[in-house]
Ligand binder design. Structure first.
Ligand code: NAG
Ligand code: NAG
Ligand code: NAG
Ligand code: NAG
Length: 309
């Protein structure tokens, strides 16, 4: 009877979550460091960016047919952070917390080396408000028709004298085809994300697009950094205090109220009790007393179980 009663306890304790605490908020995804205001676990980071990021691992399935058995094994090939917008999931290439910017890459756009039919890039209104494309992110619309609104009524949306279309088409192996297939150079337009936000590329009547950042007029298309740079602002929400006290900033998933996550068993509204070394605080003291107590109980339980067997 006694061993039976103790059995669940003995089985549960070594696996129990008390002494081994998994972090509630993962701080990396692949090689990308995750920090406030971003997060990949719900309830972490700022509620404004909730559900915008996703850490996903791609698996390559390799089937192995040997003499007698056929086994299919899934091997993880890459773990990447994705930024999700209404038009798709875009791989995050870098996050620079100092300059408050991140760069994402649209796998369906054309670049100097690859020509792909366009697929609109669109952000939600909330995303456009809190994490818009940076002013130095430029969209180049390629092979536009002569009837395109941006060559007529909306001409002003294209940056004047940015690069000539001839120069653009001639600089890149993938864009050379636009000149080869027509007698005269088809129009192009260098513009900002706002243009795409209000008119789809179909309405703009261009067949391809590319986007790049960190480019000035003097840079050649071969040297551009292809992708989209987003910049975010950060209101002071008191996260610094929480962080200094050793906590991680998060929020209550129901009320969206801000939380300072101190330990798996303790959340506080502003900062963690045990801020500096000596103060101790409720969280720390509690743990120090509970752990030895549980160890004692386990030892007694194991001893009793052996005595009875
Ligand atoms: C603390 O907050 C996190 C994030 O909202 C939540 O997942 C966790 O359950 C909370 N823990 C406690 C002890 O309330
Ligand atoms: C996470 O990102 C991947 C990236 O391609 C996407 O396919 C998937 O739907 C996303 N998952 C969630 C839960 O949003
Ligand atoms: C297939 O299995 C054999 C033996 O089990 C192993 O040596 C080989 O590396 C495997 N090949 C792949 C592609 O996994
Ligand atoms: C360029 O656009 C025209 C229509 O305006 C289209 O017929 C042609 O296929 C496009 N060129 C390429 C290389 O896609």
């Amino acid at each position: 009877m006694y061993p039976l009663l103790l059995l669940p306890f003995l089985l549960l304790f070594p696996l129990g979550c008390f002494p081994v605490s998994l972090p509630l908020c993962r701080n990396s995804c692949g090689r990308i460091h995750i920090d406030y205001p971003f997060a990949i676990d719900d309830g972490c980071g700022s509620p404004l960016y909730r559900n915008m990021f996703n850490c996903s691992t791609t698996f390559a399935s390799t089937s192995n047919t040997s003499t007698s058995t056929s086994t299919a094994t899934a091997t993880a090939t890459a773990t990447d952070l994705f930024f999700q917008t209404p038009s798709g999931s875009y791989k995050v290439e870098t996050i620079d917390y100092a300059s408050k910017s991140l760069t994402i890459y649209d796998p369906s756009m054309s670049t100097c080396t690859i020509l792909q039919p366009h697929h609109d890039f669109l952000m939600s209104d909330l995303q456009f408000a809190i994490i818009p494309p940076s002013p130095d992110t430029i969209f180049a619309l390629l092979n536009c028709s002569l009837d395109s609104p941006i060559l007529n009524h909306y001409k002003s949306l294209c940056f004047d004298n940015y690069h000539s279309c001839d120069d653009l088409y001639a600089s890149c192996t993938s864009f050379k085809i636009f000149q080869m297939l027509s007698n005269n150079t088809p129009p192009c337009c260098f513009t900002s994300y706002t243009t795409l936000k209000f008119m789809s590329i179909n309405i703009l009547d261009c067949t391809h697009y590319t986007s790049f950042y960190d480019a000035d007029k003097l840079n050649k298309p071969l040297d551009w950094s292809y992708g989209i740079k987003l910049s975010y602002g950060l209101a002071d929400t008191g996260c610094d205090g929480c962080r200094r006290s050793g906590g991680t900033c998060g929020f209550d998933v129901e009320t969206q109220g801000l939380l300072c996550i101190c330990s798996p068993t303790l959340n506080s509204t502003r900062e963690c009790g045990a801020g500096t070394t000596d103060a101790g605080g409720r969280g720390g003291d509690g743990k120090r007393l509970v752990v030895p107590f549980l160890r004692l109980i386990t030892t007694i339980a194991i001893a009793t179980a052996f005595a009875l067997l």
